[in-house]
Design a protein around this ligand. Sequence first.
Ligand SMILES: NC(=O)c1ccc[n+]([C@@H]2O[C@H](COP(=O)([O-])OP(=O)(O)OC[C@H]3O[C@@H](n4cnc5c(N)ncnc54)[C@H](O)[C@@H]3O)[C@@H](O)[C@H]2O)c1
Length: 397
Amino acid sequence: MSNINVGIIMNGVTGRMGTNQHLIRSIVAIRKQGGVTLPNGDVIMPNPILVGRNENKLRSLAEEHGINRWSTDLDTCLSNSEDIIYFDSQTTVRRAKDIRKAIKAGKHIYCEKPTATSVEESLELARLAYEAGVKNGVVQDKLFLPGIMKLKRLVDSGFFGEILSVRMEFGYWVFEGDWQPGQRPSWNYRKEDGGGIIVDMFAHWRYVLDNLFGNVQSVSCLGATHIPKRWDELGEPYTCTADDAAYATFELEGGIIVQANSSWTVRVNRDDLLTIQVDGTEGSAVAGLRDCKVQHRVNTPKPVWNPDIENPFDFMDQWEEVPTNDVLDNGFKVQWELFLKHIVNDESFPWDLLEGAKGTQLSDLGLKSWEERRWIDIPELTIGGASHGEKVKVTKS
Ligand SMILES: NC(=O)c1ccc[n+]([C@@H]2O[C@H](COP(=O)([O-])OP(=O)(O)OC[C@H]3O[C@@H](n4cnc5c(N)ncnc54)[C@H](O)[C@@H]3O)[C@@H](O)[C@H]2O)c1
């Protein structure tokens, strides 16, 4: 039994996702639990170096979490052969440039979604990684949410019979930043800085739908910038140039119809910040982030439309909880553990940069659908195509 030290360059780690999900809840948590154990008893121990612009922030973050390496010089970090993974959770517009550098330096790549702000750039990253022979992965955290794992279990069990439709409601009110600070970074509301709910959330919807129900085949999307002015982290007003809500319909293979509302301008009156309702011939389910409830065909009540009487049903009471049955850990951490095993032990890790590019493809085509006010089919995406779905054979150099 031996300890395998894996050096990881973590860039963008002072941000919201970098600090909370990737550093504290994933890498630090993995270190605290004693690493990731392989079937032969060997243990992978992640050894991060924190990279960013602000030395003071990096130092205090590192000290707070028992990490002894930090740097403001990415190029020097990339030249250290002991750090074999480059991880990126910077703002989306900054990601592609540094991933290109990291691939050139021979690093394996793991990064946040969206991998870039256009499908061309996302595909280019997938192709570069493939040609360089480096392993690569993209965060697809929603697949590891307990509620969605329960939903997947229902799909796999055949519970739904034929799945007819899926309704996704995502969102909450993001404060404008004047009389209460906004709870998301201000760049999210500026297109020129990589913002917009379509770019952000369609990257998630693509892998959730593809993995649970069937590949997304076409999209119709109407976006909106409902709130035209917000206040940034310094209290300065700015004009919102990016969409803050999107009302979309997707068609999946097999004819499943999905309606997906994504909004930072909605007040929550549902069980969770994301709810996914699936209706099938044999039963229905509603999943939230952690929970999932079902109603089977045989338990389906028979409401009759009659507004002249008091509603005799408590509709919310007519559903049954799906039990957890497993210990479900933080989704970001679970995916990190799988990625580390992929790097060290060659275990399967299907969520690569090409899968990430599919997310960007869906957001690109969603934006196009909105702009042109029409349905758009989603072509197959393969490595090497510079445009949506163009098939080009890639030979490994
Ligand atoms: N998987 C998810 O559920 C999820 C959720 C939210 C955000 N994200 C993605 O994670 C990424 C980061 O989002 P966030 O909310 O943490 O943003 P954030 O603004 O909190 O953090 C961004 C990071 O990028 C760095 N950065 C910004 N400008 C820089 C510059 N000019 N030079 C160097 N570094 C710079 C910041 O210092 C910070 O470390 C985005 O791509 C976003 O789409 C993913």
